[in-house]
Design a protein around this ligand. Structure first.
Ligand code: CP
Ligand code: NVA
Length: 309
């Protein structure tokens, strides 16, 4: 859509530091309004959002749908069998048709290219609800959660443990904008995309490390972060990955190696007993459910931002 077109939310570093911090502040403000029980704040009144899903979801669907509703608007869920993106109809046609009915489009897709195409042809803002490449709404919610618990995000050490996947790419893109110390500890062969790592390093904002030594990497972490070892679309690789990821499970010994200041985070859904133990996810310093709730609040702020409200 280019200059003068709609403002999309596709990658965190499409926005500068000021805009990212503004969205996080707005998220906290709107969260406080909703938490107070006040239902009179209805900035999305009369608006609608189309939500395209080609993958399963609990958090993304429910947080977007209820968030949009709580702020006065109406959200429409389109599951894998409804639109059949690229099969029943071409992405460029879908983009323009949905733009005629809706004020905003949210999409959760496999190929990132499909999201970029959708945004290119849409006449309204497009929000990225996860692709194989990244998951920016998740990391905005994570940043909000970190600010709530630690007081700030700048300067903290985040150690991500596991597969160098879409969640890691969004951490790296956040690190291109906000100064953090980000470590991705992963087995050899499961590193994040090289270009994305270079992009984060070249931004010169954050300290970025890739490590193959989990117990050394976690030392002094403010946050130890896990995600599934086999993402959506990779589930047939689960058994082989479980072999390759031995030593990368976040267990009590690993949290102890991190230190008493460390919080545990996970974007969920979690496979308990695989990438994280039951004890770690249930421990008092685990903030996974706060993260999940904050998906809604972060996204409300993202929606208001791209809609210019
Ligand atoms: N974290 C997250 O995006 O969850 P869902 O896959 O349930 O939406
Ligand atoms: N990396 C995971 C995140 C799920 C929210 C996946 O893509 O399946």
């Amino acid at each position: 859509a280019g200059k003068g077109g709609p403002k999309h939310f596709l990658h965190i570093d499409d926005f500068d530091k000021k805009a990212v911090l503004q969205m996080l502040e707005r998220a906290a403000e709107v969260k406080a309004v909703l938490k107070s029980g006040n239902r009179n704040y209805q900035p999305l009144q009369g608006m609608s959002m189309a939500m395209i899903f080609t993958k399963p979801s609990m958090r993304t669907r429910v947080s977007f749908e209820t968030g949009f509703y709580k702020l006065g608007g109406h959200a429409i869920y389109l599951g894998p069998d409804d639109i059949q993106l690229g099969k029943r109809e071409e992405t460029r046609d879908i983009a323009r048709v949905l733009s005629g009915y809706n004020d905003v489009i949210m999409a959760r897709l496999f190929a990132h290219k499909d999201l970029l195409d959708l945004a290119h042809y849409a006449k309204v803002p497009v929000i990225n609800g996860l692709t194989d490449y990244n998951h920016p709404c998740q990391i905005m919610a994570d940043a909000l959660t970190i600010i709530e618990h630690i007081g700030h995000i700048e300067g903290i050490k985040v150690v991500y443990m596991g597969d160098g996947n879409n969640v890691v790419h969004s951490w790296l893109r956040l690190a291109s904008v906000l100064p953090i110390h980000f470590v991705c500890a992963c087995p050899r062969g499961f590193e994040p995309d090289t270009a994305t790592v270079e992009r984060a390093r070249n931004a010169g904002v954050s300290r970025i490390e890739i490590s193959h030594n989990p117990l050394e990497a976690v030392r002094g972490a403010n946050v130890v972060y896990a995600d599934v070892w086999a993402s959506m679309g990779q589930k047939e690789e689960a058994a082989i990955r479980a072999q390759r990821f031995k030593g990368f499970q976040v267990d009590e010994a690993m949290m102890e190696a991190a230190g008493p200041q460390a919080y545990f985070m996970h974007c969920l859904p979690a496979e308990r007993g695989v990438e994280v133990t039951d004890a770690v996810i249930e421990a008092p310093n685990s903030i996974v459910f706060q993260q999940a709730e904050n998906r809604m609040h972060a996204q409300n702020a993202i929606l208001l931002h791209v809609l210019g409200l």
